[in-house]
Design a protein around this ligand. Structure first.
Ligand code: NDP
Length: 268
């Protein structure tokens, strides 16, 4: 029997997740269906309950429901607990387990696809929202030293106090970054959605630095700034998107898909 999966968000029509999971299923010969479902803004819980009743095996969760999914789950993986956000759900015998694969997706893209190892690297993580929460734990696991910069400094400070037990981390305003240099700068803000650039000072990029924007599908102001500032390497978030999907698929189906052809097929 075909096992049913879905991605839940609002809006959802733009989502590439159905394409990605269908490609993984074809490649690994898994008999699954995967559809995009738009839940009403006040109807996430009811949507999940419906999917459980209808015998779905799991789903992905995207904007704006990742925190609500976290609240909903009585069982969580360690990385979802650390992130306080959930992007992958497992349904079994009426129970719902929450996981977060965003951090693993980012790490695989940076360390394996882009061959940039993070051990002892100085990482600037821009943003203190869901995406930043989702990845910071994995950045610690990789041995990076992290600075969190956010427009609303209090949110960066709050995030740093939550994550301080895991590794070396400090909070900063954008202005206070002046004179500092980083090996990897990750844009986990939503500024690229509105074609804006956080107020970054000049001279941030260390020699051989990687500039990584989680946004994908367009040349963002951040990547243009990084190129003009001499960042050695630029990457968008398409690899992260496919790798976080692969991590979810692997947990659901116990088979790891090959991501390279799927990333290549989604590049314009
Ligand atoms: P949230 O709404 O939770 O957080 C937004 C963050 O961006 C906040 O820290 C906010 O700062 C900051 N911000 C927004 N606008 C600006 C601006 N103009 N200048 C500076 N900072 C700004 O969003 P998410 O964390 O969920 O998502 C962030 C981005 O990551 C999105 O573009 C999303 O598409 C992308 N993403 C990509 C993934 C992938 O697989 N490639 C996976 C997950 C997310 P403040 O606190 O001051 O409001």
């Amino acid at each position: 029997m075909t096992d049913k999966y879905a991605v839940i968000g609002h809006p959802i029509s733009h989502s590439k997740s159905p394409l990605i999971h269908q490609a993984f299923a074809a490649q690994t010969q898994q008999d699954i269906s995967y559809q995009a479902i738009e839940a009403p803004l006040d109807g996430f819980k009811a949507t999940i309950e419906r999917l459980v009743q209808e015998g779905y095996k799991g789903c992905n969760v995207t904007v704006p429901f990742k925190f609500e999914a976290f609240q909903l789950c009585k069982q969580l993986t360690g990385r979802a607990q650390a992130a306080q956000a959930v992007n992958t759900l497992f349904f079994r015998d009426g129970q719902v387990l929450g996981d977060n694969t965003d951090g693993a997706g980012l790490l695989t893209d940076i360390e394996q696809n882009l061959q940039c190892k993070l051990l002892f690297k100085k990482v600037l993580l821009m943003g203190a929202g869901g995406a930043a929460h989702g990845v910071i734990w994995q950045l610690f696991n990789a041995g990076a030293t992290i600075t969190v910069a956010n427009r609303t400094l209090e949110k960066a400070q709050q995030m740093v106090s939550e994550f301080a037990p895991y590794g070396t981390v400090c909070a900063s305003s954008y202005a206070a970054l002046a004179g500092k240099k980083f090996d990897v700068v990750v844009n986990a803000t939503s500024s690229s959605l509105t074609d804006e650039l956080p107020p970054l000072p000049d001279g941030l990029f260390a020699p051989n630095a990687l500039a990584y924007d989680m946004m994908y599908g367009k040349q963002t102001p951040f990547l243009k700034f990084a190129a003009a500032q001499g960042a050695a390497r630029l990457a968008d978030g398409l690899g992260m998107l496919v790798e976080q999907a692969a991590e979810a698929f692997c947990k659901w189906r116990e088979v790891r898909p090959d991501t390279a052809p799927v990333i290549a097929s989604l590049r314009p």
